[in-house]
Design a protein around this ligand. Structure first.
Ligand code: NAP
Length: 507
């Protein structure tokens, strides 16, 4: 949905839009203002555009096409043609091209990071980290492309063989969020291309430039025209085209649970396969035998990365009675030391939130908690830097009645709950409809296994707060989603099994 802040500008899309890009790029050709369909850079059919803003300053970076249903259908048709040709190539050839894309992502990492910080706001150092993370999926799936082995199954009949083939699912519709604008695209496209699929990507309206830059480099790597298409514009119309088209065989979505449910409903009309990477409400449990310094470091890394705007960001910090005060004190000291500012300023660890609506949501959660008895230890207010900035905050005496328990906050707020024993902690941790990630800190080996197995989430970090990488399966249970991305399981999401029963003529 287009936010009010994104005014619509009607203009001839062939004009080069005025650009107030806040950083100097080494290769300015990575900054494209048009969508990428069938290997061509194009505007919307009716020439409409959307403004993209720098979240730190509110100034316009540029305009991108405001496309809709028709433009998306055109992209799908071109993807269908490209997919057939691509799938017919040997896996090794696909692998070599993906590897080139990976090399180019690394070679252009500085520019890609600057583009990300400009439109998303995260500190430049974190953007660099995300580009390395995004590239790691391309490297990994370049390798996995060669290993989509099938099976030969002992038959139930004489003179018969049963073969299981793995074949690409076809054209994929990928819809991605603004919080990890590059990695959420490569985590879908790399396995899709490795498997022999084509993709039509709809990036978030807030972060289209990172998507376009990935497309420029895909072209240079030799990914054929039509295999990667980037369509920007009206989310609802693009989503309808992707879900209603009979050509699109899979929807791969990363975003909120609300929109995920809507896309699942829409996809039912054509019985598409769906992969849903949705919202979380991660518990972060600190037992009283934990090393508090390690736990505080883990909390800062997990909670305050991307200014708290991560699906696996702990929404609830559950701390055992005996160490509660000591943990809150140490955490508050660390949070108080976080440097807030524009992502381009050296040393900054906390950038702006994506827009003012995000700040309002954070304010609502803090006000609700304080009105019900929580106490602000540090922060708790908007930051003087401007409308999109909020102070890194620690709240104590948070309990189940507060919004943190039922909604994802998506901001720099550490909400600290209290628990008495292990059973209590596990029950509190699981008391949510979300099930993406969980963390706990303990030195007790028995407890490590016991609690890890009892937590109802797709991912668990034990004594660590940073758990994402390309080799492990990323995904959630319950309302946090369906399917896994990354790892050796990630490519299976883009493959169909076909069983061939082959009988000899009787002798
Ligand atoms: P969002 O509002 O659900 O948007 C995600 C994507 O869906 C955007 O491209 C958005 O487009 C598009 N969209 C919105 N309405 C749509 C519709 N009716 N039909 C089709 N597409 C539609 O989520 P977000 O605010 O960008 O991202 C934050 C959410 O993503 C959080 O809940 C977070 O937990 C989740 N997330 C999950 C993972 C994971 O791996 N599980 C990873 C990252 C983020 P526009 O932006 O153009 O409106």
């Amino acid at each position: 949905m287009l936010s009010e802040a994104r005014r619509l500008f009607k203009m001839d899309s062939t004009q080069h839009p005025q650009c107030a890009f806040p950083a100097k790029l080494r290769d300015s050709s990575l900054l494209r203002h048009q969508a990428f369909i069938g290997g061509e850079w194009v505007g919307a059919g009716d020439g409409a555009v959307i403004a993209v803003l720098d979240p730190a300053t509110g100034t316009k970076i540029g305009d991108v096409p405001n496309m809709g249903y028709e433009d998306t259908m055109r992209a799908i048709a071109l993807a269908e043609t490209a997919q057939k040709e691509w799938a017919a190539r040997p896996a090794k050839e696909r692998s070599v091209i993906l590897r080139k894309w990976y090399d180019l992502l690394l070679a252009n990492a500085e520019d890609l990071s600057a583009i990300m910080t400009a439109e998303q706001g995260k500190p430049l150092e974190e953007s660099r980290g995300e580009i390395a993370y995004a590239a790691s999926f391309v490297e990994w799936f370049a390798e996995e492309a060669k290993r989509t082995y099938g099976d030969v199954i002992p038959s139930t009949k004489p003179r018969n063989r049963i073969f299981v083939l793995k074949q690409p699912i076809g054209v994929v519709g990928a819809i991605t969020p603004w919080n990890f604008p590059s990695a959420m695209i490569t985590r879908k496209c790399a396995p899709a291309f490795a498997a022999g699929c084509a993709v039509v990507v709809k990036p978030s309206e807030f972060t289209p430039y990172s998507a376009f830059a990935l497309a420029v480099l895909s072209e240079r790597a030799g990914i054929p025209a039509g295999l990667l298409n980037i369509v920007t514009g009206d989310a609802a119309s693009i989503g309808k085209a992707l879900t209603q088209s009979e050509t699109v065989r899979k929807i791969s979505f990363t975003g909120s649970t609300r929109v995920g449910k809507l896309l699942m409903e829409q996809s039912s009309s054509t019985v598409k396969r769906v992969a849903m990477e949705l919202g979380g409400n991660a518990p972060f449990i600190v037992f009283d035998d934990a090393d508090l310094d390690v736990a505080v470091k883990g909390a800062i890394g997990a909670k305050f990365r991307n200014t708290g705007q991560a699906c696996i960001s702990p929404n609830r910090l559950l701390v055992q009675d005996r160490i509660y005060d000591a943990f809150v004190e140490k955490l508050s000291a660390a949070v108080g030391a976080l440097q807030v500012g524009s992502g381009f300023e050296p040393g900054v660890q906390q950038g702006p939130l994506i827009n003012e609506a995000a700040v309002q949501k954070v304010e609502r959660h803090v006000t609700d908690a304080v009105s019900k008895g929580a106490t602000v230890v540090i922060g708790g207010k908007r930051h003087p830097l401007g409308n999109t900035f909020y102070q890194p905050t620690v709240l104590r005496d948070v309990d189940d009645s507060m919004l943190f328990s039922s909604e994802e906050t998506f901001g720099p707020i550490a909400a600290v709950y209290r628990f008495t024993d292990e059973q209590d902690a596990v029950a509190m941790a699981n008391k949510t409809s979300a099930g993406l990630s969980a963390y706990f800190f303990t030195r007790d080996l028995d407890r490590m296994w016991r609690v890890a197995e009892q937590l109802e989430t797709g991912m668990v970090g034990v004594n660590e707060g940073l758990i994402s990488n390309e080799v492990a399966p990323f995904g959630g249970v319950k309302e946090s989603g369906i399917g896994r991305e990354g790892s050796r399981y990630g490519i299976e999401e883009f493959l169909e099994l076909k069983y061939v029963s082959l009988s000899q003529y009787s002798a």
